[in-house]
Ligand binder design. Structure first.
Ligand code: ZN
Length: 465
């Protein structure tokens, strides 16, 4: 008998997303030193392994920890502040002024609420595209016990065709580069495998060629991902043509910054030539369904992601931000599959298995951590999620992948482990006080309300008395 730290046994259905995509009935995992030491049938594991601690996962469906490949932790307090507005006012009249008003403490509280929202829906790792206080985001993720890939927001052009940045977000090229470097230094000092760094320029509007090239060089120097928003609707496409004479992907290609270490978020509004460049350079792509559906970006109408996935391009899934409503990756899976089926008028387009891959192993590749996370396999980090199949949306249960995508939400998650550490117990975070987070959110919103005219941003359609 070999000794493990923990055995989770009696798992009714285990969706491994391993190389063979096995689904195991009556399964168990043995966890040792934060990694999966054994994965198999309960009877076999219990014969070969002993452990000090065990967990009976009867009536549960287990998946790898989900990976949200695009989530703005600083926007978690912006729910309801940017409804029914187009791209330009969404960014330049709502979200950028909100972000420009946030202190490091505000971002910390917003990030704590992010961890609560994500972990309780089974997300164990998120890729943050960058805010102005990423150290605060890392601190919150560590407190809650989850993984993140941090980014530091960067823009160096005050004015784009789309609009003018608020004062708090205006930097020179050198400042933007130095602040990205400072984040990577901070991550190196933390020396914690749960917190990784990336290099980020926020989008192609308001970013000079010099900034983009320098960010790419820094990402290569530090062997980390280079991430940006690209092609998220016609406005950004038009902005790039107006400002730089080329559509976004062609501009990145001209700058020589597209490769498999580049993470492009949205990639929903692309021209035929841009499609060809993507298939040749093979960057990682991320779809953010609720964001497009909330703001009408046209990412499904104009998107080519199902076709690109069939051509072997890796596509992850992101919830983007709370200002478009949900930050539940389980629901995002349904939105992605459903929207493309509808647009193509074809139920065969995007299978439930494909979207589960997007939320797990594809996300691991987007994070540059495909060897460590994204599936339940021996040697990988023990990130595990249990869904309670006694919730009515899980019944009857013939195909757990179908139920997960088509009927479940993240609310049926009961327990979550990150690196073998149980960070969600019976539906609640175990390492931070949820009630205290909610109190901090209320206090912080009071403070932000004084800096921003929130009443002007909120659109109540009906009278309140
Ligand atoms: Zn975004």
């Amino acid at each position: 008998m070999t000794e493990a730290d923990l055995i989770v046994h009696g798992i009714d259905w285990l969706i491994t997303v391993d190389a063979e995509r096995r689904i195991l009935r009556d399964a168990a995992v043995a966890i040792k030193d934060g990694k999966f030491a054994a994965v198999g049938k309960s009877a076999d594991i219990q014969k070969a392994w002993t452990s000090r601690d065990s967990f009976d996962a009867g009536n549960r469906v287990a998946t790898p920890g989900l990976i949200d490949s695009h989530l703005h932790s600083s926007f978690q307090l912006a729910r309801g502040l940017a409804d029914e507005v187009g791209t330009r006012p969404f960014l330049f009249e709502h979200m950028f002024p909100y972000e420009g008003a946030m202190s490091a403490d505000d971002v910390y509280v917003s990030s704590l609420l992010t961890t609560m929202s994500l972990l309780r829906c089974g997300v164990t790792c998120f890729i943050d595209p960058g805010n102005y206080h990423p150290q605060a985001t890392g601190k919150a993720a560590l407190a809650a016990g989850m993984r993140t890939v941090l980014g530091r927001s960067a823009f160096d052009m005050t004015k784009a065709v789309l609009g003018i940045l608020p004062k708090a977000m205006i930097e020179t090229t050198d400042q933007a580069i130095a602040n990205n470097r400072a984040l990577l230094d901070h991550v190196a000092e933390l020396d914690n495998p749960k917190i990784r760094g990336s290099v980020s320029f926020r989008g192609l509007s308001n970013s000079s060629d010099a900034l983009i090239s320098a960010c790419h060089a820094m990402a290569r120097e530090h062997d980390c991902m280079l991430q940006t928003h690209a092609c998220f609707n016609y406005s950004t496409h038009d902005d790039c043509l107006g400002n730089f004479g080329l559509p976004e992907i062609e501009r990145l290609e001209k700058l020589g910054v597209l490769d498999e270490h580049t993470l492009l978020v949205h990639a929903g509004w692309i021209e035929p030539k841009e499609t060809e460049i993507i298939t040749r350079r093979r960057p990682q792509l991320v779809s953010a369904p609720s964001s497009s559906l909330h703001n009408g970006y046209g990412n499904f109408m104009r998107g080519r992601l199902p076709e690109l996935m069939e051509m072997g391009i890796n596509v992850g899934l992101g919830s983007d931000h709370a200002c478009s409503g949900i930050t539940d990756l389980v629901q995002e899976m349904l939105l992605f599959a459903g929207a493309y089926k509808e647009i193509h008028m074809n139920p065969r387009v995007v299978s439930p298995e494909q979207v589960v891959e997007m939320a797990t192993i594809n996300g691991a590749r987007c994070a540059g951590q495909q060897d460590a996370i994204g599936s339940v396999e021996v040697g990988k980090e023990a990130d595990l999620v249990l869904f309670d199949s006694r919730y009515p949306e899980w019944q009857p249960l013939f195909n757990p992948v179908s139920n997960l995508v088509y009927s479940a939400t993240g609310n049926s998650v009961t327990d979550v482990w990150v690196a073998g550490d149980r960070v969600v117990e019976n539906g609640h975070l175990s390492k931070v006080d949820e009630a205290e987070i909610l109190e901090q959110v209320a206090r912080t919103m009071g403070g932000i309300g004084k800096k921003l005219n929130i009443d002007k941003l909120v659109k109540l359609g009906w009278p309140v008395s």
